[in-house]
Ligand binder design. Structure first.
Ligand code: ADE
Length: 244
């Protein structure tokens, strides 16, 4: 997969894309990531990328010409067609399902905005898919692009080692994680649940499923409703878990 990121602050995102699982996936040739500075496509002496809104009002609006030039320049670097994505609080909410969908694409082009917003013709002319990472306003699309790239890259085949695989995530798709423990067995009076030390793998799996469901029901009733609607058989784990 190739990912292009158009931003006014490449220096803010590049170190993130060089670290951890993303950095490793790049080194392994699983993904290539290219950051492009939108300001390089700004005309004039002042390299202007934004201007005051027509009709008046506060703030600045990102201009069309540098944005279109940057998109066209970057897209022409590779014949693979890119899925264009605009990071904006006005977009559809980003989910794990969307991450899976995007992980199937050969190429993504992410556009990070700044200032008060975009000239509407950026939406009209470039027709990007608009994605929000949550119902809050960031000062720019960069943290949102990092969230999206992280969620997508870890799903690419080979990006995670066997130890970190996402297999367990599909088993428990749509639920919150069950509680995890590691050594020591007892810490400041807090003991590891006995069942995890039992070696009885079938019972451990049951316990984990019950805990994941219980936690989801408590903390995210909206997710729990959805799971039980599609998998009514799972509710038995919660009842069994409560008994054991
Ligand atoms: N840019 C500013 N806020 C954002 C958000 N919540 N999601 C995506 N992009 C953004």
């Amino acid at each position: 997969m190739r990912i292009d990121v158009l931003t006014l602050f490449p220096e803010a995102v590049e170190p993130f894309f060089a670290s951890s699982i993303i950095g490793r996936a790049r080194a392994a040739g699983i993904v290539s990531i290219h950051c492009t500075d939108i300001r390089d496509f700004a005309g004039g002496r002042h390299q202007k990328v934004d201007d005051r809104p027509f009709g008046g009002g506060p703030g600045m609006v990102m201009m069309c010409p540098p944005m279109f030039d940057a998109v066209e320049h970057v897209e022409a670097q590779d014949a693979t067609p890119a899925a264009r994505i605009l990071l904006t609080p006005q977009g559809e909410r980003f989910t794990q399902a969307a991450a899976h969908q995007l992980a199937e694409q050969p190429r993504l082009l992410l556009i990070c905005g700044h200032y008060e917003g975009f000239d509407e013709r950026i939406r009209q002319g470039l027709q990007p898919r608009e994605i929000s990472v949550g119902d809050y306003v960031l000062s720019g699309g960069e943290p949102a692009a990092m969230v999206l790239v992280d969620a997508v890259v870890r799903l690419l085949p080979g990006a995670l080692g066997d130890e970190e695989s996402t297999e367990n995530e599909s088993f428990s798709a749509g639920m919150l994680e069950y509680p995890q423990y590691t050594r020591p067995r007892e810490f400041r009076g807090l003991a590891v649940p006995e069942i995890l030390l039992s070696g009885d793998h079938a019972r451990i799996e049951q316990w984990r499923m019950a805990e994941a469901l219980r936690r989801t029901r408590e903390r995210r009733p909206d997710l729990y409703e959805m799971i039980i609607k599609t998998r009514p058989d799972l509710s038995r784990f919660v009842d069994e878990g409560a008994r054991s």
